[in-house]
Design a protein around this ligand. Structure first.
Ligand SMILES: [Zn+2]
Ligand SMILES: [Zn+2]
Length: 260
């Protein structure tokens, strides 16, 4: 499947990767802004954005995308992820393997970045207290490098053990990036799994991560609650917050707790 990548020159790979990251970011940010309009009756925070927020978030996005373009180009052009050229590798198997290895890796990375020596690299992402569709990819270059390791470094390691499906890996990257951008909107749109136990392995409501931006000391997981549950870093009231916001009552202060 991925034999064609090996035949491309470095500038062709660079153009392909740049087009992918810029195109997907623009598309998902647009969808996020649209969702914020459609679901404005279900705002998470009735708290204004900070002065100049879109500006510094845009700068963070440019930094993030630049790091990813360099990392993806280096790894794909260098052939460091061993893709299955025959096409026998299961796309679903690859998706699941990359999905869960990223979840575990990100949880560890995120907790590390909340420790004193590393927090300076994570502060940029937390400059956004109320989140927007521009927040997900707004971060420092060091943190963006951490994400690049998850996107292409981990799959390269996995592929030492078994070749990966290009389609499965690419599908996961699209899922991750779109989920990250849209997962930072300031509205709770309908999540069919909302408050079920399934959120320990799949995407919880938007509020779950919104509370991390407001409170800092919990909800470190990416796109699931499982590891926060396991390590005791889940906020006790998050489902009560979902009920409140679903009922059309946004939170009015970043310090607010909700009793059920
Ligand atoms: Zn965030
Ligand atoms: Zn954080």
């Amino acid at each position: 499947m991925a034999a064609w990548i090996g035949e491309l020159g470095i500038f062709e790979v660079l153009a392909l990767v740049a087009g992918f990251h810029v195109g997907l970011t623009v598309l998902c940010t647009g969808v996020g802004l649209l969702l914020e309009r459609i679901f404005r009756h279900r705002r998470v925070w009735a708290v204004p954005l900070d002065r100049g927020q879109y500006g510094f978030e845009l700068a963070g996005n440019l930094r993030f995308i630049s790091v990813q373009i360099i990392a993806f180009t280096a790894v794909l052009y260098g052939g460091h992820i061993r893709f299955d050229e025959v096409g026998d590798a299961s796309a679903i198997g690859t998706f699941v393997a990359v999905y869960y290895s990223f979840q575990i890796y990100y949880y560890g990375l995120h907790r590390l970045m909340h420790r004193r020596p590393w927090i300076r690299f994570h502060r940029w992402h937390h400059r956004s207290r109320v989140t927007t569709p521009f927040t997900g990819q707004s971060m420092s270059a060091v943190e963006a490098l951490g994400w690049a390791l998850g996107y292409v470094g981990l799959p390269a390691l996995l592929s030492l053990w078994t070749p990966l499906s290009f389609a499965g890996w690419a599908a996961y990257i699209v899922y991750n990036i779109s989920g990250n951008i849209i997962g930072h909107v300031n509205v709770e749109f309908h999540n069919p799994f909302g408050r079920s136990r399934l959120v320990s392995v799949i995407q919880p409501p938007v509020i779950y991560h919104a509370l991390h931006h407001a409170r800092w000391t919990g909800h470190y997981g990416f796109a699931s609650t499982g590891l926060d549950g396991l390590f005791g870093t889940e906020f006790a009231d998050w489902q009560a917050v979902v009920r409140r916001v679903d009922g059309g009552q946004p939170l009015t202060s970043l310090k607010q707790r909700v009793t059920s």
